[in-house]
Design a protein around this ligand. Structure first.
Ligand code: DX5
Ligand code: ZN
Length: 214
């Protein structure tokens, strides 16, 4: 399992230091949550904050758009240092057009699926995306409890990907801790996003290792 700490749970008074600490502790990705206060009831994170954090880490910058109209934000994010841009299949933008725009800007596209959205919704895009992100909580806040049905959903999505014959990664986002990482990997997850579990632990290397090695 690869690990993507979500900086939504970090100490915002020293974000550079926080990004460096999890990167040095072995995180392969850094996860940035962008929220517009409309698609989700929370506001967070302008693209301008991402670029200066690049110098603290060589990890891939994985930007998760929780916004109503993702296409509007792609250009700015792409020029702000995002390597992967993911957006919700439940958002208002045209899914295919948004994927194309992300690719056009030279970034890796991903689609995110909410807990209540049926897995089949992603089928038509499996030939287009780098990753599918399966939400383990309702989007908007860190520190929520993992929804246990997520694991079965990951298995279903893994099967859909296998049947499609395409090489698409599965990332699980929200509520992930050492207690669920193994079952998620067994179900087919490649990457886990984890915020509060990593950033609130005293030993971040130990926390990240506990998500990778079982
Ligand atoms: C939830 C966000 C997640 C969140 C993860 O809306 O997309 O990335 O920050 O944080 P934890 O691991 O605390 O649920
Ligand atoms: Zn996220």
């Amino acid at each position: 399992m690869k690990v993507a700490p979500s900086i939504l749970a970090c100490d915002f008074s020293c974000m550079g230091k926080e990004v460096k600490s999890v990167s040095d502790a072995g995180a392969e990705f850094i996860h940035f949550d962008v929220m517009d206060g409309h698609f989700v009831p929370n506001i967070f994170f302008a693209p301008a904050i991402i670029r200066p954090l690049k110098k603290f880490s060589n990890a891939m910058f994985d930007v998760h758009l929780m916004v109503t109209n993702p296409t509007v934000h792609v250009e700015l994010l792409a020029s702000s240092g995002a390597d992967i841009i993911t957006f919700h299949i439940e958002s208002k933008s045209d899914t295919k057009k948004t994927i194309d725009l992300i690719k056009e800007k030279g970034k890796k596209p991903g689609i995110v699926i909410n807990p209540k959205t049926p897995p089949e919704k992603i089928i038509n895009y499996l030939n287009e995306v780098y990753m599918v992100v399966v939400m383990g909580v309702e989007p908007g806040f860190s520190g929520q409890q993992f929804i246990s049905d997520t694991t079965e959903k990951v298995s279903k999505i893994k099967k859909l990907i296998k049947n499609s014959g395409h090489n698409v990664l599965i990332e699980v986002d929200g509520g992930v801790n050492a207690g669920v990482a193994k079952e998620l990997e067994d179900a087919g997850a490649d990457i886990c996003v984890s915020g509060s579990f990593i950033f609130l632990s005293k030993d971040r290397k130990k926390a990240i290792d506990s998500l990778k090695f079982f």
